[in-house]
Structures are given as structure tokens and as C-alpha cells.
Design a protein around this ligand. Structure first.
Ligand code: FAD
Length: 427
């Protein structure tokens, strides 16, 4: 159900700070870059580009943060969606470390943005992974050790069953991993803060402006129902909501729906007993349960997903059993909000960044780990465009003339020419 000015009826929309209405695109605009999508990917790309002096238009089909970026669990985990040891096995240590460092840069980007733009998004430190399966016992200690020894990351510590039980009031965890430098945020307020920063940096934001198509040309023309934007570069940040806009990549991501609930305020002491120190928590299930307490002492709980177009009719009834399996003591807690969102996953659970044309960039498929990786992907695209426009294109504008005689005769031709000039030197 949509309420709150076009946002879903989520706890986040109900506690949004700094909601600002942006106009609908009408008529023809032009810009250096047209960003499509007002989630973290698009906002981060737009903000980073504007800070580099690019003239940017951002087009959002609904409202800023209307998609997954305004509905998610707010968990900012360290590393990538696949853990560093899995990545080591697949790609070797060097590559795995490079992925790890990018994810650390993603966390730094978020911390930096929150501080620099004074974004009121309840940033908290600390994440606990709760191990649910007997055969995984021991994995937390192995992982913490590997991170400390090979990834310059001494901030994760294994928790025994007793220790994890003291921090999270559920009997289901057999051990845990406590990462004191992972974080959580109020996701919509973070998106709204990025939008404000982007606007202050000069980005022109249009809401309720769904892109219907764009030309494959340089410059390209991006069309909405009532307007158009001519731009040298396009950034696609539509993720699970891409639909048929770009068929060349749509088949490589699968949209899936994930769901959350928020209980009534439970009071500070109950909230603190449920989860210590406002850590955020997730478990090791394939369909992961994730949860944390809010600033006003509710339990925000995510669990359950579906792979259809629609959401369950009663989302609260769908998610609540997952919550009660972990926290039967919340049997009587009222559910005040229930909502769902769409994200995209890839076959291998790796994000996809790419370039469809020399001037069309995209990033998506964060597979449930997008709070950090979407933010850094937007920045990476901004760097790629800047590199292209500022340096690459300047150097590439020097046209190389073909050697006379083509590939077949270029060597004899060149040798003759060089002989000629060296003879001239001698004469
Ligand atoms: C319920 C839920 C819980 C999650 N929990 C977590 C979590 O705890 N931690 C984590 O790391 N990740 C989590 N995720 C994933 C994370 O939210 C996403 O990976 C991330 O927000 C993706 O950002 P994005 O900008 O790429 O996409 P989105 O935020 O989905 O933004 C895409 C935007 O593009 C717009 N758009 C689409 N088509 C068009 C068009 N044609 N024209 C104009 N605009 C268009 C959409 O309206 C939308 O606003 C969760 C996702 C969901 C749904």
C-alpha cells in the first residue's frame, strides 16, 4: 500500500527526515550526465559527479529512495556478498583482498557522507552474525582469524554460544561473529540526505519522471512521458526495478522481493535485552533473517522473500512467524508496519558493473548486499565517467592516422619513411 506521499507504508517512511518534493520533468533539458534511478547507485553517482564539476540531471520514476534504498534492513556488512574466504577460493588471495578493500572503501564513503553532510540517519556500529547450523560451528573463529591475519581487519571476533546468547536474546544461535566496524543506518533517511547533498552540489532532481527509453547516440536523448534530457553520458541505477528499460542487461539479474516488519515500541530496557548495544544482526540461513532495534526501541525484522511479481496480501502475517521462531517472547508485540521491496540478484551473487555503450554505464545485482556496494558503485561509475571525459577522451581525441598500406604494407612503408627521415638527418 502506498501512503506517505507515494512511499510504501513502512516504518522508514513514517520516520523520514527531510522529505523534499522534486519537480516532474517537463520539456527539454540538457546535462553532461543523466542518471536514471534515485536509489543509492544513482544518488551516489550523481553526487560524486556533481562534486567533480559535471552538470547532472537525475530522473526518478517515483520518489527519492522509493526503491530498495528506502526500504532495506539498513545493515552495512563488511566485505562483499560472498565472504572473503569464498572469494579467495574462487579468485585467489590478491583479487579477494582487492574486493575486500573496495568494500572497506564503501563503508568509508558512507561514514564520510554521513559526517560531511550531517545526515540524520541513526548510524550505529556493530553487527553480529548468528550461526544457526551445527556444521558451521568453528567458521566464525576461522573467519575472524583470516580477516585479522590476511585482510588487515582486526575488528571481528568469534562469540561462543553463551556470549552470543548474552547479546541477542534468542536460543537459535550456536555461535556468532561480532564485527565492531560493520554498521547500520536508517536507509531512507540516508538516501534523502544524499539527495539533499546532491542537490546542494548542483544536481537537478526530478521525481515521478519515469524514463521510457533513450537513444543509442552521443549525445543521447533520454525520454520521459513529458520531457527529455540530452546528455553525453547515461548512468542506469534502476536495480530490481529496471523492468524492460535495458533489455541487454535485464536477463542477467533476477528481481526478488524481500519483506520487513516493525513492532510497536517495546521500551528501552526490553529493546536492550533483545539486542545489546544496538548491534544489527543477521543469521546464516539461505533466506536470511536480519534485524535490529530502532532509535525508538522497536524491533525491525526482515525475513522471508518471494520470487513473484506481487507481494503477499498480508505482509505482517508472512514475516511474523520468522520473527517468532527467533523471538517467541514477542508473541504479544503488536506489528505496527509491514512492507516489502524489490532487489536484484545475479546467478553468482556478484554485483554487476558495466558499460553498454561508450557513454552508457550501469551497476546493479548487489544480491542483498547493496547498501554499501551500491554506494561505492555509484562512486566508481562517477570516477569512470570522469576518467573518460576528463582524461581518456582528451587523450583519445588525438586521432591516430592509418599507416599507408594498412596492416599488410605498414611495416615496409614505415621502414621506408624512417629511412627517408634518417637520411635527411645525415644530409
Ligand atoms: C526489504 C529489503 C531489505 C534489504 N536489506 C538490506 C540490508 O540490510 N543490507 C544491504 O546491504 N542490502 C539490503 N537490501 C538491498 C539494498 O537495499 C539494495 O541493494 C540497494 O538499495 C540498491 O540500490 P539501488 O540504487 O541500486 O536500487 P533502488 O534503491 O531499488 O533504486 C532504483 C530506483 O530506480 C528507479 N527506477 C527504475 N526504473 C526507472 C525508470 N525507468 N526511470 C526512472 N527511475 C527508475 C526506481 O523507482 C528506484 O527508486 C535490501 C533490499 C530489500 C528490498
Amino acid at each position: 500500500m502506498m501512503a506517505n506521499g507515494g512511499y510504501p507504508n513502512s516504518y522508514y517512511a513514517a520516520t523520514a527526515v527531510g522529505l523534499a518534493a522534486h519537480p516532474l520533468l517537463k520539456g527539454a533539458e540538457s546535462a553532461d550526465v543523466c542518471v536514471i534511478g534515485g536509489g543509492y547507485t544513482g544518488l551516489s553517482a550523481a553526487l560524486n559527479l556533481a562534486e567533480r564539476g559535471f552538470d547532472v540531471v537525475l530522473l526518478e520514476a517515483e520518489r527519492i529512495g522509493w526503491g530498495a534504498s528506502g526500504r532495506n534492513g539498513g545493515l552495512i556488512g563488511s566485505g562483499q556478498r560472498k565472504d572473503a574466504l569464498e572469494l579467495e577460493e574462487l579468485f585467489g588471495y590478491e583479487q579477494s583482498k582487492a574486493f575486500w578493500d573496495i568494500a572497506e572503501a564503501a563503508k568509508a564513503e558512507i561514514r564520510d557522507r554521513v559526517g560531511r553532510h550531517d545526515i540524520d540517519c541513526d548510524l550505529q556500529f556493530g553487527q553480529i552474525e548468528g550461526v544457526h547450523k551445527q556444521s558451521y560451528i568453528g567458521s566464525s573463529a576461522r573467519y575472524a582469524e583470516a580477516l585479522a591475519e590476511r585482510y588487515d581487519y582486526p575488528h571481528a571476533r568469534a562469540l561462543s554460544r553463551e556470549e552470543v546468547r548474552k547479546m541477542v536474546a534468542t536460543d537459535t544461535f550456536l555461535e556468532g561473529l561480532h564485527d565492531t566496524r560493520a554498521m547500520s543506518i536508517h536507509p531512507l533517511n540516508f538516501a534523502l540526505g544524499l539527495a539533499r547533498a546532491a542537490q546542494e552540489a548542483g544536481v537537478r532532481i526530478f521525481e515521478n519522471s519515469r524514463v521510457t527509453d533513450y537513444t543509442r547516440s552521443d549525445p543521447a536523448t533520454v525520454h520521459t512521458a513529458q520531457g527529455s534530457v540530452e546528455a553525453r553520458f547515461i548512468v542506469l541505477g534502476c536495480n530490481g526495478y529496471l523492468g524492460k528499460l535495458e533489455k541487454r542487461v535485464a536477463g542477467r539479474i533476477m528481481p526478488i522481493n524481500n519483506f520487513m516488519i516493525a513492532t510497536e515500541p517495546l521500551g528501552e530496557s526490553v529493546a536492550r535485552e533483545l539486542i545489546a548495544d544496538r548491534n544489527c544482526v543477521h543469521d546464516t540461513r539461505f533466506v536470511v533473517n536480519y534485524f535490529r532495534t530502532s532509535g525508538d526501541h522497536r524491533l525491525l525484522f526482515g525475513g522471508g522473500e518471494n520470487y513473484r511479481r506481487g507481494f503477499p496480501r498480508d505482509i505482517a502475517a508472512f514475516v511474523r512467524p520468522y520473527m517468532l521462531t527467533l523471538f517467541p517472547q514477542l508473541e504479544d508485540a503488536r506489528i505496527d508496519y509491514a512492507w516489502g521491496g524489490t532487489l536484484s540478484v545475479t546467478v553468482k551473487r556478484f554485483p554487476q558493473l558495466g558499460r553498454l555503450e561508450p557513454n552508457v554505464f550501469f551497476a546493479h545485482g548487489y544480491s542483498g548486499h547493496g547498501v554499501s556496494i551500491a554506494n561505492i558503485s555509484g562512486k566508481i561509475i562517477a570516477e569512470a565517467i570522469a576518467g573518460t571525459a576528463e582524461r581518456f577522451d582528451v587523450m583519445a581525441s588525438i586521432k591516430a592516422l592509418p599507416f599507408p598500406g594498412g596492416t599488410l604494407l605498414r611495416y615496409p612503408g614505415m621502414v621506408l619513411g624512417m629511412l627517408y627521415y634518417s637520411l635527411k638527418d645525415k644530409l
